[in-house]
Design a binder for this molecule. Structure first.
Ligand code: EPU
Length: 433
């Protein structure tokens, strides 16, 4: 398994480009199954989760062509299977996003039930309840969600989501585009990725309004056609590099991004003592060598502070001046990075769904283990400021969501390199002994 080795202590400096958003590209790619002709999707990031999505689309029979600039052409007209197998769903929970599109377009879907994962149990009951309300007959047996419309179209209806769910909203919104009549989703997720998916579907001929607010109205249409769409920039990747600059006392400019999507994160970085400037498609952060001040964080659905930035701010607080309370309200088990940060000398107390972080002056390098995507990012950030060489193991989690992370950090002046499985073992011994 590959590892990342980071030598800490260098302030980041320079400019990089932000990639297309993983959590937008995934639903967009998978809901292209709703259309009846070819679609081109640009600004798709080069990530393991994207490769898994393309494999899943290919498995279902769709034509998939990737060009050298990472535009992807999907031709859903050749789909022959409606089965998302365990092997693919197991590696990527977002595979559940084929459920609504397959059911709406082909009248049936058989999708392996995603299990729990490192950050929580993550059930999909809201997806299933919503599709049932639209007339689908759904049973869960042998580990699969077996859904059928018995040859009829889904029916538009009013659905009050029992909790705010991002992929749940996306699945139901996508399914409703081909339903008979109007669907109204209440208590819908307002995340920008939901809006991006709605914009994509509207490009294909869907009639969706209200995306980005808690009430989304979808007027069903008879068919969706082909089209061209560009995925929005990744706000979480943007936030992660801003924290990388802040934690290292550096100064970076991030291009091809959308600062308007980062209000809650920017507010916290300013409270931490950073100076931020931005234009339409760029943002810069300057820490002028200062140590950050600790900032309290409480995660909640958009537009509040994103759970996907919680681990990175835990790392920032670990070396900040003062102490701060971090509360995780979205997932029940998203503090797996805490034990690893403690191994690097962080002073963090776990108390239920919160942690109290007492900033220390410096961290020390240690071999650490990534447990999920954002936890891994927090360990890399800690490695940027720790004394010595930090080796982060299990970085396949990082490769699921951060495009070219070591190239981008190197471009900003970090000392970071990927160790292949054999090199990693050797280095591990050197670091320990
Ligand atoms: N939930 C249920 N039942 C459901 C659906 C959700 O109880 O039917 C619960 C979840 O267990 C969780 C909460 O509702 O406690 C919110 O989960 P949500 O459904 O919104 O999460 P998701 O759609 O599975 C997406 C992102 C996550 C991100 C969350 C929250 C994608 C592919 N994934 O997950 O991204 O953390 O929304 O914003 O869009 C990541 O990128 O690292 C990541 C985990």
């Amino acid at each position: 398994m590959d590892k990342l080795m980071i030598r800490g202590g260098l302030p980041l400096k320079g400019e990089i480009r932000i990639s297309g958003a993983k959590n937008s590209a995934l639903p967009i790619l998978l809901s292209s199954l709703l259309a009846d002709s070819a679609i081109t999707i640009a600004n798709v990031p080069h990530l393991n989760d994207i490769t898994t999505s393309l494999t899943l689309l290919g498995h279902l029979g769709a034509g998939v062509i990737v060009d050298e600039k990472l535009s992807v052409e999907v031709d859903p007209s050749t789909v022959t299977s409606q089965v998302a197998p365990y092997e693919l769903v197991r590696t990527m929970r977002a595979s559940i996003l084929v459920l609504g599109p397959l059911l709406a377009r082909h009248g049936r879907a058989s999708v392996s039930l995603p299990g729990g994962c490192a950050i929580g149990s993550r059930p999909v009951n809201v997806h299933i309840d919503g599709l049932r309300a639209m007339g689908a007959d759904i049973v869960v047996e042998n580990g699969f969600i077996e859904a059928t419309t018995h040859g009829k179209r889904l029916r538009g209806c009013e659905i009050e989501l029992s909790l705010v769910t991002v992929t749940g909203t996306e699945n139901l919104m996508a399914a409703a585009t081909l339903a008979l009549g109007v669907t109204i989703l209440r208590n819908a997720a307002c995340e920008p990725e939901v809006t991006d998916l709605a914009n994509f579907l509207n490009t294909l001929g869907a009639k969706i309004s209200g995306a980005g607010t808690p009430v989304i109205t979808i007027e069903g249409v008879d068919r969706l056609g082909g089209g061209h769409y560009r995925v929005m920039p990744d706000r979480i990747e943007t936030g992660t590099y801003l924290v990388a600059a802040a934690i290292s006392g550096g100064s970076v400019k991030l291009k091809d991004t959308d600062p308007a999507l980062l209000t809650a994160v920017i507010e916290k970085l300013e409270l931490a003592g950073a100076t931020l400037e931005s234009g339409d498609d760029w943002i810069s952060l300057d820490m002028q060598g200062r140590r950050p001040r600790a900032v309290d964080i409480s995660t909640a659905p958009y537009p509040e502070f994103p759970t996907d930035m919680q681990a990175q701010f835990t790392a920032l607080n670990a070396i900040a001046e003062g102490s701060a309370l971090i509360t995780e309200n979205v997932f029940e088990n998203r503090f797996m990075h805490v034990q690893e940060l403690q191994r690097m000398g962080a002073n963090i107390e776990l108390c239920g769904k919160s942690v109290r972080v007492h900033g220390v002056e410096s961290l020390t390098a240690a071999p650490v283990m990534a447990t999920d995507l954002r936890a891994s990012a927090s360990l890399v950030l800690a490695g940027l400021v720790a004394r010595g060489n930090t080796v982060v193991d299990r970085i396949y989690h990082i490769d699921r969501g951060y495009e070219c992370i070591e190239e981008k950090l190197s471009q900003l002046g970090a000392s970071i390199r990927r160790l292949t499985a054999a090199q990693g073992q050797q280095k591990h011994k050197e670091v320990i002994h």
